[in-house]
Design a protein around this ligand. Structure first.
Ligand code: SAM
Length: 293
């Protein structure tokens, strides 16, 4: 599990403060900190906003890096544009988690989207993002956006809505995030998706979280006719290699992908493009093996 500590090194009278996120206590990522902009505690988690030399502002929840200004575009483009360019008419989109607003921003760049519902358990995350990450949280003011402050599973159990695309922009499977990796949650998602719906869920690091991935994909394959992992390089996530679960009732992520839709959508991206879309589903042998077990 992740935990963190701030190490204060005094060298030649220079005060170096570093934030270190440890992965399972044996390896970690250290980022030099300029200053701590905000520190608070909601009923769910500790929330920090640190300003760093290399990555700009960084949102940290429960001691884990959620995003940095410098590399957030990679994760948010990849979780959103892959499913939204495969589904032929993603008019109604649901995001579970994602309280920083990054996925919502990317979803709303698609003119075809008529409604984007976001279900975030912790209002403090939204408030902190609006205050300290204005470029990320612009989607909250979009008239197509509707924000629900509640647990994602509770929302699924009550909603009468049906969605074309559902994104699970969850934290790690700890605390309130734990149930977002369970079979029951994924079964509820299946019920709330239309008959040609697509689910994409962030599915952790194929290097550090193999147990989580094995169980999660086994469950998903029992529920969805088509399940495929795609990957992206995210420098500030554990190991840098990150994965997403593409789960579909009908459409294939490559065979049903028409790159002309990307060109005509005219959405400027900094990571996602049609070649990256296709290549991201090509997996290294060790991950292919992992998904077979
Ligand atoms: N991109 C990040 C990652 O991959 O770790 C996740 C970003 S986002 C900050 C995760 C959000 O999920 C947090 O704001 C957290 O409060 C929210 N969350 C955790 N458990 C939840 C639940 N059961 N229902 C709804 N939102 C939840």
């Amino acid at each position: 599990m992740n935990n963190n500590y701030i190490r204060e090194d005094f060298m030649e009278n220079l005060w170096n403060v570093w934030f270190t996120e440890l992965h399972r206590g044996q390896a970690g990522l250290s980022i030099k900190v300029k200053c701590c902009i905000y520190s608070g505690e909601s009923q769910y988690q500790r929330i920090d906003v640190l300003d760093t030399y290399e990555f700009g502002r960084m949102l940290v929840l429960y001691g884990s890096i959620m995003l940095t200004e410098r590399d957030e575009f990679i994760y948010h483009e990849m979780i959103s544009h892959v499913p939204l360019f495969v589904h032929p008419a993603p008019e109604k989109v649901l995001i579970i988690g994602g309280g920083d607003g990054g996925s919502l921003r990317e979803v709303l760049r698609h003119k075809v989207v008529k409604e984007a519902h976001l279900v975030e358990i912790d209002k403090m995350v939204i408030d902190v993002s609006k205050r300290y990450f204005p470029k990320l949280s612009i989607g909250f003011d979009d008239p197509r956006a509707c924000i629900f402050i509640e647990d994602g599973q509770d929302f699924l159990e009550k909603t009468k809505n049906l969605y074309d695309v559902i994104l699970v922009d969850s934290p790690d499977p700890i605390g309130p995030g734990e149930r977002l990796f369970q079979r029951k949650f994924h079964q509820l998602i299946y019920k709330v998706l239309k008959e040609d719906g697509i689910l994409v869920a962030q599915s952790e690091s194929p290097l550090f979280h193999q147990g989580t991935i094995r169980t999660m994909y086994k469950n998903l394959k029992d529920i969805f006719p088509l399940v495929a992992m795609y990957i992206a390089y995210i420098p500030t996530y554990p190991s840098g290699l990150w994965s997403f679960a593409f789960c579909s009732k009908r459409y294939h992520p490559i065979d049903d992908f028409d790159e002309n839709r990307v060109k005509s959508a005219n959405i400027r991206t900094n990571y996602y493009n049609p070649k990256i879309h296709q290549a991201s589903f090509a997996l290294p042998n060790f991950i292919e093996e992992l998904l077979k077990t």
